[in-house]
Each structure stands twice: as C-alpha cells, then as structure tokens.
Write a protein that binds this ligand. Structure first.
Ligand code: F0G
Length: 344
C-alpha cells in the first residue's frame, strides 16, 4: 500500500528524528505523456500533474513534511501567507494533525477553489489589504515573536518534502529529463526540484523557470511593488527564495523568462485540448516552453521535457467563465437540439 511521500522517500530527506508523520497520501502523481502537443512543439513531452494531490496542488508534498516536523515538536498553531494553494494545503494538514491553522491571503486576489478549500478544512482565514509579499512579512514577524510555526516555504522542511517530485520523475523515467519547465512564484518549488535532482544523482535537467510578465521580479532583476497577473497563484513581487532560484537556473544552464497573461491562457487552453485542465499559473511552464519553441535555436528540440503543472484547473473555475466560451442555451425541443448540433 502507498503511504505518502515521507514513507517512500523519507530516508532521502533531512527531517529531525522526532518527526511524526502526518500524511494524506500525497505524491505519487502521474507523469502524463503528451504525444500530440509534444509533436507540435518538437520534443518528447510529459506533464507532471500535481493537481491530483489531496488538496489539488503540489504544496501537499512540502506540507506533509512541515506539519510532520511541527507535530513532532508538539506545535499547536501554524500560520502562512498564501496566494491560495499553500493556504488550502496548510489547512488540510493542520486539520489532520489537530492543529490550529491561520492563513493570510491578499484580499480579493485568491481563486475561489483555494479560498473554499482553506475554509472547508477549518482554517482561520484572514484577508490582508495588500499583496502576498506584505502578508508574508507579517507572518514572518509574528512567528519570530510567538510560538506559532511558519509553514511557508521559508520553512526548510517544505523544501525537503517538495524534493520528492524530482525523485518521482527520475524513478518514472529512469533518469532526469533533459529539461524541466515550471512556474516560479515565491521560488520554493524550483529550489526544491533543483536540490532534489542534484541529490538523487540520476542526471540533472536544465531548468526553464517561468514568471508572469506583470509579476516577474526575477526576470527584471528588482522587486515588483504591485504585481499583477491573472495567474494569481504566482502574483508575487518579492520571492522569498529568489536568490536560490536564480542560482539553480544558472547552475543548470537553464533559463528564466516572463510570459504574458494571454500566453498563459493560451497554454491553459492547449493543455486542456489534450485532456489536462490546470489552473492558470500551472500553465505558465508550458507557456514558457511554447515561447521557446518559436526560437530558431530552440534548445529542447528532440529532447525529453517535463512540464510541471502545479495545480488543478478546478482551483480557479472563474477564469473559465471569464475567458473561455460559455455554453449556449436552447429550448427543450428536439428541433432546437438538431439546429444546435448540426449548425454549431
Ligand atoms: N503554481 C501554483 C499553482 C502555485 O500555487 C504556486 C505558488 C506556484 C506555482 C509557484 O511556486 O511559490 O514555489 O515558486 N503558490 C504559493 C501559495 C505562493 O501561496 O500557494 P513557488
């Protein structure tokens, strides 16, 4: 029986002996071949679909580690700032551990499926009149001054847990892919993948880190005071692990780029056209790959490429209502159906 990422990969992770495993059987996510899109862009393409984790995003890998460490210390309350997915994940794992979870989110900027998740799992949700970055500074300060434990990816155990995605990819392919494309927000995930691949020694991919144009502090080389993008998960102006992300990209001989919201939506549509519905931020990695594929010196041609899709499409259904075709409505009559079907 599968028992979650700590059970499977715990011996690879730097976790204290007192750790008490709190799991929802996260991880073990599929590496889905994308033959049609792969043919179109000219590489052997796979999606690591993290949307099928228990709370619908990759955050569960790091959260099982952070909450398990906290449980081993007898922690009673955890806190995080979040664009939504971390909040839902922290809420679920805290609930599982019997802890109090407090989550700070930027007011009005969190996708409905994430907010609903955090509330459903019983977290205390506090909206902050400011960006994710402002919320993160607040939670850092309160965890320095009180016994409340921080479960953002500044917490080193989050990084440890998230390395397991790199291990799984290597185990499935038998080696690391040539390229790994993924969205970059607060930069914890790219930091984890790089650490994971290096440690596992099954080869090292080149990393393509992708930010949204309106929230691309690492691409532009300075913090963004008012980040803005439809990909609200990565609406971040001052990534906590920015330095490490840049180092990882450089060491891997990879690349960092920014893509427009339009390109993100287009990538989301294309992934869905081959059966994968992911949230907008999750499509950013593929949007980056598409942008690269337009270049004459496209470095991924003929290569094995893994695109990390970090969260499920169900997280952000409002985007679909706003940007995709809406259903037509007919009277409940056979003639009307024939009309609609034969003359779409
Ligand atoms: N994709 C999704 C769906 C995310 O929710 C996030 C981050 C990222 C990508 C970027 O990952 O921050 O490790 O670079 N979401 C955080 C949150 C910030 O609060 O849920 P990162």
């Amino acid at each position: 029986m599968y028992r979650g990422v700590l059970e499977r990969y715990g011996h690879w992770l730097d976790l204290p002996a007192y750790t008490q495993v709190v799991t929802l059987l996260e991880g073990n996510t599929p590496l889905i071949p994308m033959p049609r899109l792969g043919r179109e862009v000219g590489c052997e393409l796979f999606v690591k679909f993290e949307g099928v984790n228990p709370t619908g995003s990759f955050k569960d890998r790091g959260m099982t580690a952070a909450i398990s460490e906290a449980a081993g210390r007898g922690v009673q309350t955890v806190i995080c700032a979040s664009t939504g997915n971390t909040a839902a994940s922290a809420a679920a794992y805290a609930a599982r551990a019997g802890m109090r979870a407090i989550v700070l989110i930027p007011e009005g900027k969190v996708a409905v499926g994430k907010l609903a998740g955090a509330l459903a799992y019983g977290a205390e949700v506090i909206q902050v009149q400011g960006s994710f970055d402002a919320a993160l500074s607040l939670v850092v300060e309160i965890t320095q001054k009180t016994p409340i434990t921080l479960v953002n990816s500044i917490n080193p155990y989050r990084i440890e847990g998230q390395k397991t995605a790199a291990f799984e990819i290597c185990d499935t392919l038998g080696r690391a892919p040539d390229w790994l494309c993924l969205p970059v927000g607060n930069a914890g995930n790219i930091t984890s993948y790089w650490a994971g691949f290096r440690q596992y020694q099954k080869g090292q991919p080149r990393l393509l880190g992708v930010q949204a144009e309106g929230a691309a502090p690492l691409v532009y080389g300075h913090p963004i005071e008012h980040p803005e993008t439809i990909a609200t998960a990565i609406r971040i102006g001052k990534p906590a692990r920015g330095e490490q992300a840049l180092a990882a990209i450089q060491e891997s001989q990879g690349k960092l780029l920014a893509v427009s919201d339009e390109a993100i939506l287009q990538a989301q549509r294309l992934l869905a056209s081959e059966g994968l519905w992911v949230e907008p931020a999750s499509a950013a990695g593929f949007a980056g790959l598409l942008a690269e594929s337009q270049r004459p010196d496209f470095p991924m041609r003929g290569k094995t490429v893994v695109v990390v899709c970090t969260g499920h499409g169900l997280k952000d259904p409002a985007i679909i209502a706003e940007h995709f075709a809406s259903p037509r409505c007919i009277p409940a009559e056979y003639d009307a159906l024939v009309e609609a079907v034969l003359r779409p």
